[in-house]
Design a protein around this ligand. Sequence first.
Ligand SMILES: Nc1ncnc2c1ncn2[C@@H]1O[C@H](COP(=O)(O)OP(=O)(O)OP(=O)(O)O)[C@@H](O)[C@H]1O
Ligand SMILES: [Mg+2]
Length: 320
Amino acid sequence: MNEKLIAERKKILDTLGGLPEPVIENKEWLYLLEEETRNSILIEGYFLDEEELEKALSGNTAVSKSQEEAVKYFKTARFIYSLAYENYKTRDFLFGIPLIRQINKELGFEGDFRKEKIKILGAKFEPPENYIENWLEVYIEFTRKINKNFFNYLTVSHAFFEEIHPFKDGNGRTGRILLNYMLISNGYPLIIIKGNKKGKQLYYKGLEETDNQLFSTFKKYKNKPPEKEKVLSILKNLNSKTLKELILEALRESLDRIITARLEEKGEQLEPVGQILKKLGYSTESTRQLIKRGKIIAVKRKNIWFSNENLVKTFLEKTK
Ligand SMILES: Nc1ncnc2c1ncn2[C@@H]1O[C@H](COP(=O)(O)OP(=O)(O)OP(=O)(O)O)[C@@H](O)[C@H]1O
Ligand SMILES: [Mg+2]
């Protein structure tokens, strides 16, 4: 997925009125929030299906541990994303240590920065033992500057947060909510990082790519606080191809959901992509290829890809 295809999608979303307000009355938004919740806690090993989540959210049945975790995640994300939406609307960016701590706390963790050494389960990388707040200040400054080269910044920002690993627990969930907070603040929908085995492996691989690039930097400041400017200039030149690709691909999926839903709201019809391509004179075999390459904005329903004729036509022309 290249960035240009994402930028073109964003333009289309903006002409359709931009990101819709993230309220659970919006069906598409609720779907994304629920899927994010299920996937994000699955990374930690808590599995629940759609039905169990619905039951937990309705709040009147006995809950399992997975359901408890899901409800905490859902509620935290819902509130934090409504703040992010206000950022987007007012073109402001509320961001800092209080916000980060509060997310961790609402998720059911301590909200205080750790005072002891920590290991990331399954990772070779060792987060810093000292100067957690100093590291976080670098993270905050870096993240506040997100602007040009948005997706590089976003990728590095998330990985850097995970490498600092400021809390005793809940760093993954806190970091993923922060990642979506940044996306929504900039007018993008939330993304879902897949929590199944394959998805998690890819996600961890992406994080490892930045681990390796930052290893010597963290080592250098083992016994003294990080020098802000120096670390910032290192972060600026970092990259994780895998993590960036994962983020872009996930964003494509969410954007396509929101765009097609916005069209439907406006009374436009969706029909099977195969049918549309046939009308436009493409061979039906090209359907899968075009979708895979991100050339078609579509949404999958009961295993069939749906889109809108006009949308397909203009997008194919634009991205020729
Ligand atoms: N090699 C790595 N480098 C940096 N961060 C990593 C690496 N491997 C995993 N992580 C991050 O650490 C998180 C796990 O940390 P922690 O247990 O504190 O968070 P959690 O929210 O409880 O767990 P989870 O994210 O699994 O739900 C992972 O989700 C991931 O974001
Ligand atoms: Mg954990």
